[in-house]
Write a protein that binds this ligand. Structure first.
Ligand code: BJW
Ligand code: ZN
Length: 255
C-alpha cells in the first residue's frame, strides 16, 4: 500500500494521543509464515484445541502436545519479523510519552523487531517450565535434549512450554498492567486478532469505555468491528507501514 490518509477526526485523535496501546494477535505474524489459530488455513482447522492447548491434553498425552509445540517453536525460531512488526516497533518513537504492545502472540517476533515495551498475555514459546517446581529453561535447549517428549526435571516433574492454555490464568501482573493501559489510553490499535479469546478481548471493551479512538487492522471483521472509529480491512504487513507513516505525519504535520 503506497499511502494512507487519515480522516479529519481520526487524524486529530492521533495528533493529540498521549497514551497508546497496540493489541496484537496471530494475524500480525501471518506474513512471517506463521499460521493463525482460527479461520481459513488456521491451525485449528486441522486439530482440536482441547487436544493440544489445555492442561488436560498435556496430562493425557504429554508427548503429543510436546511434539506440536516443538514444531511450532521451530517455525517461530525460523520466522523473521515482517513489516507489520517493524511498523509497530516504529510507533514507539511516534508516541514517545507512552506506548505499549499488548500481544497474545507467543512467537517473540515483536521483540525481535525492536518493540521494547511489551506485555505477553499468553506467555512465550521460547521458554519451558517444570510443571512441579517451576524451574525454567530455554525451549530450544529443552527440545534439543528431548525432541519427542517433554524433558523430566530433576524434581520428577515435566517441562512444558511457558504459554497460557485454555482454563489457565493469565500472568497476573501482566494482565493487570494491560487492563490499566487499556483503561487509560486515548488510542487503541487492534491488529490481527479474531478478538474471541478472553480475558484478552475484554481489553477492547475497556479501551472503548475509556473513550479511546479505536482502530482495527484485519482482513476479516471481528465481534468488535462495529465499535471501531477506523477499520482497515487488509493484511497487517501491507497496511501497518502506511498507517505508521500517516500517524507520523499527523504528529509532525510539517514532514
Ligand atoms: C490477519 C492476517 C493478516 C489473518 N493481517 N490480520 C469469557 C467468555 C467466554 C469464555 C471465557 C471467558 N473468559 C475466559 C473464558 C475461557 C477461555 C476463552 O476465552 N474461551 C473462548 C474461546 C470462548 N479463556 C481462557 O481459558 C483463558 N484463561 C482464563 O480466562 O483463565 C480464567 C478462567 C479459567 C477457567 C474458566 C474461566 C476463566 C486463557 C486463554 C489462553 C489462550 N491460549 C491460546 C494458546 C496459547 C498457546 C499457543 O500458542 O499454543 O492463545 S488460544 C489461541 O487464541 C492463542 C491466541 O493467543 C489466542 C487468540 O487468538 P488470536 O491471536 O486472536 O488468533 P486467531 O487465529 O483467532 O485470529 C487471527 C486473526 O488474524 C483473524 O481474525 C484473521 O482474520 C486475522 N488475519 N491474516 C492481519 N495478514
Ligand atoms: Zn522441577
Amino acid at each position: 500500500m503506497d499511502s494512507l490518509e487519515l480522516s479529519g477526526p481520526v487524524r486529530e485523535r492521533v495528533r493529540s494521543a498521549r497514551r497508546v496501546v497496540v493489541f496484537s494477535g496471530a494475524g500480525v505474524s501471518r506474513e512471517s509464515g506463521l499460521d493463525t489459530f482460527r479461520g481459513a488455513g488456521g491451525l485449528w482447522e486441522r486439530m482440536r484445541p482441547e487436544e493440544l492447548a489445555t492442561p488436560e491434553a498435556f496430562r493425557a498425552d504429554p508427548a503429543k502436545v510436546w511434539r506440536w509445540y516443538a514444531w511450532r517453536w521451530r517455525q517461530a525460531s525460523e520466522a523473521l519479523p515482517n513489516p507489520a512488526h517493524h511498523a509497530v516497533a516504529r510507533l514507539e518513537t511516534v508516541f514517545p510519552s507512552y506506548m505499549v504492545v499488548v500481544t497474545q502472540n507467543v512467537d517473540g517476533l515483536h521483540q525481535r523487531a525492536g518493540s521494547r515495551h511489551l506485555l505477553e498475555l499468553h506467555g512465550t514459546i521460547l521458554r519451558a517450565f517444570c510443571n512441579r517446581c517451576g524451574r525454567t529453561q530455554d525451549m530450544g535447549e529443552a527440545i534439543a535434549g528431548s525432541p519427542e517428549e517433554p524433558p523430566v526435571c530433576s524434581c520428577g516433574g515435566r517441562f512444558r512450554p511457558a504459554v497460557v492454555w485454555f482454563g489457565e490464568s493469565l500472568p497476573e501482573d501482566t494482565l493487570a498492567e494491560a487492563c490499566e493501559a487499556a483503561s487509560s489510553c486515548d488510542l487503541f490499535l487492534s491488529v490481527g486478532t479474531s478478538s474471541t479469546v478472553y480475558p484478552a478481548a475484554g481489553l477492547i471493551e475497556l479501551a472503548h469505555r475509556a473513550g479511546a479512538c479505536l482502530i482495527e487492522v484485519n482482513p476479516e471483521p471481528t465481534p468488535f468491528s462495529g465499535l471501531m472509529d477506523l477499520r482497515l480491512a487488509a493484511p497487517a504487513g501491507e497496511v501497518l507501514p502506511a498507517l505508521a507513516d500517516a500517524m507520523e505525519r499527523s504528529r509532525c504535520p510539517s514532514t
